[in-house]
Design a protein around this ligand. Structure first.
Ligand code: ATP
Ligand code: MG
Length: 333
């Protein structure tokens, strides 16, 4: 059966400190392994919402790889594209939590299975009848072969008529913002759906404010949907205004602001990934961009309320129940 959504990227397990304030440069307690990796958190969230989703990546032939594969199978993610590499171990992210809410990481990724992504891992079968390819800039930033895989996947998805979704997920420690502007340009141009943060939009765009950046983009592609994530403040949907278009003047931007939910943040890992999955699952199921973003806003909020990368990814019924029981904050905009 053909897939609704396909994604690709770093397959990891996460091993995290049990207490806040335990630095990574001294002995202390860890808990894990937990299945992780942004594209895989995304895939699991989309699957829990009922989408047919596949993920492409690589794990080692070891217990950590099995841990991730077990989770993907439990959630019904299509793992035909997950390669098991006998000569590499599964990627690991070690995470600690600082008292100010920030996190520190030690990654075993570049020389692990996760770092071996290359275009020859792409299987044409997965693209047949595909509805949407979701691309994350953090994966493209890992190394040249990962970027090449992304470019080839983009071509294959376009050939099969799939929509393209792009979350820039800029990671300055992996790739400088200047280089990201250049490397991400083909993905920005191809995207039908863009899900950046405000900072990312300003870094990647050619104008000084978010409205002007999106206006430029809509000139080239009027049907583009931009969903800007805003952390605990929620998100906003930016599309071409149907009401105020003036012939001869460029497109007007319609902004639909969506306030954040008031939740207790226990672990920020995965908010962006669950948000992306929530938006695409609902948009591909026929929701309007604003309705899909309202749903995604709840997925992102729920993601931060549970410790563990995939623990906050809820089912469709759970997200709907959360939306019925909770109101978003007021006056954020
Ligand atoms: P990352 O890429 O690091 O996962 P991001 O910057 O892409 O993060 P955020 O803006 O942090 O993504 O989060 C995505 C969405 O999740 C937000 O737009 C919002 O809807 C929701 N969200 C995130 N954090 C919170 C929070 N503390 N409270 C309520 N909602 C949140
Ligand atoms: Mg992000």
């Amino acid at each position: 059966m053909s897939l609704d959504i396909l994604t690709f990227g770093e397959a990891l397990v996460e091993v995290m400190r049990t207490e806040v304030g335990q630095a990574l440069d001294q002995p202390g307690l860890f808990t894990g392994p937990y299945p992780s990796g942004a594209p895989f958190i995304f895939a699991v969230q989309a699957a829990r919402l009922g989408a047919r989703v596949g993920a492409i990546g690589a794990v080692g032939q070891d217990a950590f790889g099995q841990c991730l594969l077990n989770q993907l199978q439990t959630d019904g993610v299509d793992i035909r594209g997950v390669h098991v590499l006998p000569d590499h171990t599964t990627g690991v992210a070690f995470v600690s939590y600082n008292p100010d809410g920030s996190r520190d990481f030690v990654f075993h990724a570049r020389y692990a299975a996760a770092g071996q992504l290359s275009p020859n891992m792409l299987d044409k079968e997965l693209f047949k009848g595909l509805k949407c390819l979701h691309i994350m800039g953090s994966t493209l930033s890992m190394h040249q072969d990962a970027l090449q895989l992304g470019l080839r996947a983009l071509e294959m998805a376009q050939d099969s008529g799939a929509k393209i979704s792009f979350d820039p997920n800029i990671r300055p420690q992996l790739m400088s913002p200047d280089r990201a502007r250049y490397a991400f340009a083909p993905f920005m141009e191809a995207a039908d759906v863009l899900i950046p943060s405000e900072e990312e939009l300003l870094l990647l765009g050619d104008a000084y404010n978010v409205d002007a950046v999106v206006q430029d983009m809509l000139e080239d592609k009027p049907e583009l949907i931009v969903v800007v994530t805003r952390g605990s403040d929620g998100c906003m949907v930016m599309t071409e205004s149907q009401e105020f278009s003036v012939p001869g003047i460029g497109p007007m931007v319609s902004v639909d602001p969506i306030n954040g939910y008031d939740v207790k943040e226990l672990d920020p890992t995965g908010a962006g990934d669950c948000f992306d999955a929530g938006f695409l699952a609902r948009w591909l199921a026929g929701d309007s961009p604003s309705a899909a973003a309202e749903f995604a806003n709840a997925c992102g909020a729920l993601a931060v309320t549970a410790k563990g990368p995939m623990a906050g990814a809820r089912t469709l019924a759970e997200v709907q129940a959360f939306m019925r029981a909770n109101q978003t904050k007021e006056d954020e905009f």
